[in-house]
Design a protein around this ligand. Structure first.
Ligand SMILES: [Zn+2]
Length: 155
């Protein structure tokens, strides 16, 4: 361990701020300034949140919005109930007729914003919220990223 930058006699155990400068000093000399942190064996290691140990956190849940599988049937029957042709419905939607045709035959899955529009117009429910556990793969990737970041910082 480095020796105290004030007296040079004892091991530097504390990082203190003395008149605007940061110095590593011993327990005796720390009284000359404001202690920033205690320098232990972990002194040069990154601060607490960055850790290479496996995270003890519970599996993370991710909320996902998905389109219901039977969207095509729902859209078609709701439109027919309203007595609107595909063409008219397309106009109301501000989409091409082929889009409506695609939706009703299941060839074209609506994105969430289109699905929300359809839900409002047809008074049906197309979007489903589901919770999935974040995959192990993602967690591992995150750790690697943090590790690499630490290595870069140390250089
Ligand atoms: Zn000292």
């Amino acid at each position: 361990m480095a020796s105290c930058e004030m007296c040079g006699e004892n091991d530097a155990e504390f990082l203190v701020q003395i008149e605007g400068a940061q110095m590593n000093v011993c327990g005796k000399c720390k009284a000359y300034g404001t202690v920033m942190k205690r320098a232990g064996p972990t002194f040069t290691r990154p601060a607490a949140p960055i850790s290479s140990r496996p995270s003890p956190m519970p599996p993370q849940k991710e909320r996902l919005l998905i389109i219901k599988e039977d969207f095509a049937e729902k859209i078609r029957s709701a439109r027919e109930k309203m007595n609107v042709t595909q063409k008219d419905f397309a106009q109301q939607l501000n989409e091409k007729e082929s889009v409506v045709h695609g939706l009703e035959t299941g060839k074209h899955e609506p994105n969430i914003s289109l699905a929300r529009k359809l839900e409002k117009m047809l008074r049906i429910s197309l979007v489903e919220e589901t919770e999935v556990e974040a995959t192990h793969m993602q967690a591992t990737t995150d750790e690697v990223t943090i590790g690499d970041f630490v290595k870069i910082k140390k250089r």
